[in-house]
Design a protein around this ligand. Structure first.
Ligand code: PLP
Length: 394
């Protein structure tokens, strides 16, 4: 008898994911369907990837057109899309140059290399990276070494030397750990995997000040919170501090794997030919789709929707908090929202799934909401009604 996708995975895949018991097959807008034809409202968006929801007609059209021309061309040659995409992204991030890779963790990895190269390749002892407790930057050894959560690192020690962790939003601790040996301070303006935790204005100002004072680079990991998810194009735009390096990934490729390192001119100059590279990164298909994605954000006024619906959503979550004692806090900006519960959050993810709503749990007690940027008030109402029902049922 033919085995199901679940049975096959259980037997043949490395068991790295604690998957939910559903086989998802297709999507349209904010909705996805499983192989049995059941419909779900998707408030996870492929973990902040599907900003335009599923099957946006303009994205489909350029994928078809470009796939027929060229899917992959080596970085040994030029192609027509990396340059124009870099123009758009440097304008939006107020940076000068771009490097394209395939994922968030690769962007972090490349940025750590760039920071070390810029500082003088460690020969002067300036190789330390300051990162924050509770952060998440990815799963390769460099990015993992800078991830401030022991549960991700513990099985893979020893980590990269020279990473110092600072207590979240504690500028006194920051002041102790940033020294002339620091080559970079790495921050997520809003921690995503860490349970939607925002850096305060005061702490970010201290980050900017200490980075300047000690000639360390400020790296903003905007992989989850960037590209409009919080309202402005970058979450950093809410602070009066300019980073030296900005990292993007997740929604950038319109669903295709694409990441980017953006840097100031002087910093970018530390990479010269041969120092960094990738086979797949910045391929013509992913770059062409990314350009279309950015055009759609602008032409369809998508970030206005993020701001309006984000505010509406947050208001409704606050109202749920007033009604249900299980919610201890509502956190977030724009369409990066969370409720922190007085109980484990995972059972609610399973119950919501049974009710046709896809939610995510992170950090044990947090329900995280990362809906597509195109979400409307109607969909927010459905999710809030589901939460209301679940919390009333106990
Ligand atoms: C802030 C942040 N940085 C880095 C990463 C790693 O990105 P990827 O999973 O694309 O490698 C993530 C992924 O969740 C993230 O949220």
């Amino acid at each position: 008898m033919k085995q199901s996708p679940v049975e096959l995975e259980k037997k043949y895949l490395m068991q790295t994911y604690a998957r939910l018991p559903v086989v998802l097959e297709r999507g349209k807008g904010c909705w996805v369907w499983d192989t049995k034809g059941k419909k779900y409202l998707d408030f996870v968006s492929g973990l902040a990837v599907n900003a335009l929801g599923h099957a946006h007609p303009r994205i489909l059209k350029v994928i078809r057109e470009q796939a027929a021309k060229a899917i992959h061309l080596s970085n040994l040659y030029y192609h027509p899309y990396q340059g124009p995409l870099a123009v758009k992204l440097t304008k939006l991030t107020k940076m000068d140059r771009a490097f394209f890779c395939n994922s968030g963790t690769e962007a972090v990895e490349g940025a750590l290399k760039l920071a070390r190269a810029y500082a003088g390749n460690a020969s002067n002892g300036k190789f330390e990276v300051v990162a924050l407790d509770n952060s998440f930057h990815g799963r390769t050894m460099g990015a993992l070494s800078a991830t401030g959560q022991a549960k991700y690192r513990k099985d893979f020690e020893p980590m990269l030397p020279g990473v110092r962790f600072v207590k979240f939003n504690d500028w006194r601790d920051l002041e102790k750990k940033v020294t002339d040996k620091t080559c970079a301070i790495l921050v997520e303006p809003i921690q995503g995997e860490g349970g939607i935790q925002e850096i305060t204005q005061g702490f970010m100002r201290a980050v900017g000040h200490l980075a300047k004072k000690h000639k360390a680079l400020l790296i903003a990991d905007e992989i989850q919170c960037g590209m409009g998810r919080t309202g402005p194009f970058l979450a950093m735009h809410a602070y009066p501090v300019k980073p030296d390096i900005v990292l993007l990934a997740k929604p950038l490729g319109g669903g295709l794997p694409l990441g980017a390192i953006l840097a100031r001119e002087e910093v970018a100059a530390a990479f010269t030919p041969g120092m960094h590279g990738t086979t797949f990164g910045g391929g013509p298909l992913a770059c062409r789709v990314a350009m279309e994605f950015l055009d759609i954000l602008k032409e369809e006024k998508i970030l206005e929707n993020v701001r309006t619906v984000g505010k509406y959503f947050q208001g409704k979550l606050e109202a749920l908090k007033d009604k249900h004692a299980i919610i201890r806090e509502v956190r977030g900006r724009g369409l990066m929202q969370a409720i922190d519960l007085n109980a484990p959050s995972k059972p609610y993810v399973e119950r919501a799934l049974a009710k046709g709503v896809i939610l995510n749990s992170t950090h044990d007690t947090v329900l995280r909401f990362l809906p597509p940027f195109i979400v409307g008030k109607k969909e927010v109402d459905i999710v809030c009604k589901t939460l209301d029902e679940m919390f009333a049922e106990k």
